[in-house]
Design a protein around this ligand. Structure first.
Ligand SMILES: Nc1ncnc2c1ncn2[C@@H]1O[C@H](COP(=O)(O)OP(=O)(O)OP(=O)(O)O)[C@@H](O)[C@H]1O
Ligand SMILES: [Mg+2]
Length: 397
């Protein structure tokens, strides 16, 4: 995939990052970047706190962050419960704060969980907001983590999550759509399992599932179409062209029938599934959709490709998403690349550097060995991460 830079696209990035009790970062941690658009490289040994930092950044956009963890697992905790015979109180409060830039425009973003609260709160320019939706238009973000190395061989739920992340970076409202769908489905399921057949309540939850479900399906189809267009236009042998196909009842129906008819069919399907669901069964909908990926030149299912080929396909999809977003929205999302070099050969590592150095947005890398990042020595800001502290250093060519 050759790279045509989109010089007109706005860059995104952060300049100041502050964490409080975020995982291994006990108490306050602060990181100041010289530049909010050039690449950042975090070097440190295993367990130093590199991925935790990327995860903290991923909370600057709506959603559950790059580990999809439970919020209560995030505040610093330790197995050491006593010190000088006193019980140590574990913090329940954590927060992430950043000066976030989109082009010239700076927004102060704060997010976290306060003691005895279950929900993640959001502050924008010092003002407490009602929901995460206010993060939608501040930054967009995509990431590749080691957990995605097995994406094509794992269960559909991981590919569904990956697909929704591709949509979310392009269309900030998608996280709210998904969370409303799942929330309604959980309530609906609970009523059925408890045998509380309140027709009015069930129907109103079904209406939420229908409207959000159809919107989710349409947004997924839309992003796959945009990405596929880019993949078709720009073929090269370094990052192989992927063919994407969505397998899901609603998405397939939406491809063949008008949206109103798809809504009717889905409504009918949900109602018909009430008894089955109450008995522990399921029905197909946006919550069961899968994303199939093929290595086009080999006409092969990605699940059957080598580990390195799978990684290259993944990068190819992410780069196509970025380019689609730059061209069609005029904004380049931030990119978080955790241990990206695992499984990539030298040629692909160099090609990735070359492409990334042309991106207008901040790209974050992590690694244990600075030598892997030689190609970025002139442009990137390097930080040593050790025991959850950061120190800036100059990488020498
Ligand atoms: N809530 C938490 N409280 C305290 N420590 C935590 C919490 N969650 C995770 N950790 C610890 O944070 C440490 C750093 O984790 P992280 O995943 O950031 O390491 P890393 O630098 O990415 O290492 P690797 O190179 O192995 O990927 C780990 O030792 C982990 O156990
Ligand atoms: Mg890590």
């Amino acid at each position: 995939m050759s790279f045509r830079p989109f010089f007109s696209a706005q860059g995104e990035g952060v300049k100041k990052l502050k964490l409080f009790n975020f995982r291994s970062y006990l108490g306050s941690f602060e990181m100041n970047l010289e530049d909010c658009f050039s690449p950042v490289v975090l070097i440190g040994s295993n367990g130093a706190g590199k991925t935790n930092l990327l995860e903290a950044l991923s909370f600057l956009v709506p959603g559950r962050g790059l580990r999809y963890s439970r919020l209560l697992d995030i505040p610093f905790h330790s197995d050491i419960r006593y010190q000088d015979e006193k019980v140590i109180e574990m913090p329940s409060r954590w927060s992430v704060f950043a000066e976030a830039y989109r082009g010239e425009f700076m927004t102060e973003v704060g997010t976290g969980v306060m003691p005895n609260q279950k929900r993640r709160q959001v502050k924008v320019n010092g003002q407490l907001k009602k929901s995460q939706e206010s993060l939608e238009d501040i930054l967009s973000m995509l990431w590749i983590t080691p957990a995605l190395d097995r994406l094509f061989c794992s269960d559909p739920s991981s590919r569904r999550q990956f697909l929704d992340r591709l949509v979310q970076a392009f269309d900030g409202a998608h996280a709210a759509r998904c969370s409303n769908y799942y929330k309604a489905m959980r309530q609906w399921g609970r009523l059925l399992k408890e045998g509380r057949v309140d027709e009015k309540w069930l129907s109103s939850l079904e209406e939420v599932m229908v409207s959000t479900g159809v919107a989710i399906g349409a947004a997924r189809l839309d992003i796959v179409e945009r990405i596929s267009r880019f993949l078709k236009e720009e073929t090269d042998s370094i990052f192989p062209t992927a063919t994407l196909e969505i397998k899901g009842f609603l998405e397939q129906t939406l491809q063949e029938k008008p949206a109103l008819l798809a809504e009717d069919l889905f409504r009918f399907k949900i109602k018909k599934s009430r008894a089955i669901y109450a008995d522990g069964g399921s029905f197909s909908g946006p919550h069961t959709t899968d994303l199939k990926v093929y290595y086009q030149a080999k006409n092969q299912d990605a699940a059957l490709c080598s580990t390195g080929e799978q990684k290259a396909l993944l990068i190819s999809i992410i780069l196509a998403q970025l380019k689609a977003q730059m061209k069609e929205k005029g904004v380049c999302p931030m990119l978080l690349l955790d241990e990206i070099y695992a499984h990539l050969d030298k040629k692909r590592q160099e090609a990735l550097f070359e492409q990334v150095s042309l991106f207008p947005s901040q790209v974050w890398f992590t690694g244990t060995d600075v030598d892997l990042f030689k190609g970025l020595q002139k442009r990137a800001q390097f930080f040593n991460i050790e025991n959850s502290t950061a120190s800036c250093f100059r990488a020498v060519a």
